[in-house]
Design a protein around this ligand. Sequence first.
Ligand SMILES: *Cc1c(COP(=O)(O)O)cnc(C)c1O
Length: 403
Amino acid sequence: MNDSDDDSLRPATKLVQGGRRAEWTGDPRLGGAIVNPPVWRASTILYDNIADMKARGHATHDKLYYGRRGTPTVWALADALTAMEAGAEGTLLYPSGVAAIAGGLLALLSPGDHLLMVDSAYEPTRTLCNGLLARMGVRTSFYDPLIGEGVADLIEPDTKLVFLESPGSLTFEVQDVPAITAAARARGVATMLDNTWATPLLFPALAHGVDVAMMSLTKYVGGHSDAMMGSLTATKALWPRLRQGAYQLGQAVSPDDCALMLRGLRTLDVRMERHGANARVIADWLAGRPEVGRVLCPALPSDPGHAIWSRDFSGASGLFGFTLKGADDAARARFIDALDLFGIGFSWGGYESLAVPSDPASIRSATKWSDPDPLVRLSIGLEDPSDLIADLGRGFASMKGSG
Ligand SMILES: *Cc1c(COP(=O)(O)O)cnc(C)c1O
């Protein structure tokens, strides 16, 4: 049974039901059905006869054809993600989040086209624009994340796409997504959003006017720091181009990794609630510390993005930043090095907490990052927040200790 396409179901129920189609979880000849879609590993698919082989050449993404086009484990994950975005036609899976971003941009842009890219974008997204896309003759202009409907003034005759990321994953500016997507749509320009921070659970992107919602599933959907994948979920209008692009680039994901992602997806609702609640406790505590300059966390009422965040998002995830007032790089390193429970590492969204230094000033061009205080980014995991607070307290003590 699968009711995940039923839009009357609430998001938490869709996470449980998604992708569990009867034909993927059981066979009437065997009786019964398995709860989870099994791992279907395949390269070669065998046909009954030549006529069957020819007929299946026209098959789309949910018929067995050749391993690269996926198996039911892959389709189950794609299906479950599509169900989370009302108005979506389908979801494509890529071996990483960066591959999903590249897949979307390469499918939608051609030489001579102009791209509007948010200045707070994830750094590898910028690198792609300034590297491969520039080499292919796609021009990128970076824009202020807080531009809102003013994005209309930046749209040129050759502009084909506006790319958004909200909140920015280093600096946490909240974009006015409905205003930006409305301005783009009125001029026939498509929009794509990096929705890794919120996931469709906290921010259903297509319902806010976005045409293509991208996620690094590596982060919250996987949730356990042991698998990488990316996704694009798209409207009916853009789906065929994105799918052709993915086929032409040969993008394929492992069914084993899809099974891990499906396992993560089932608990996304409870994990996000705890990530958000823990992060809020720690953000509030940090805001009261004398060593802290600013806390960059849209869930805090004092945050400049709080009003739009409360209007558009149904909750917060566990990723935010803060600055160390008057500190230098060495003091920041002493602070982070002293932490025991926080790991030092890239990525985020796993069950375990992480802390990393980040330096946004050097990776901006449209806007200036003028805060001189060093920035720390925390990914708050599922530990007890009082233990994490004690750990951060040790960090502050070490920061002062051997100055
Ligand atoms: C990590 C990340 C990506 C890229 O995802 P990978 O799976 O690591 O390739 C894209 N966007 C944001 C905001 C990210 O944090």
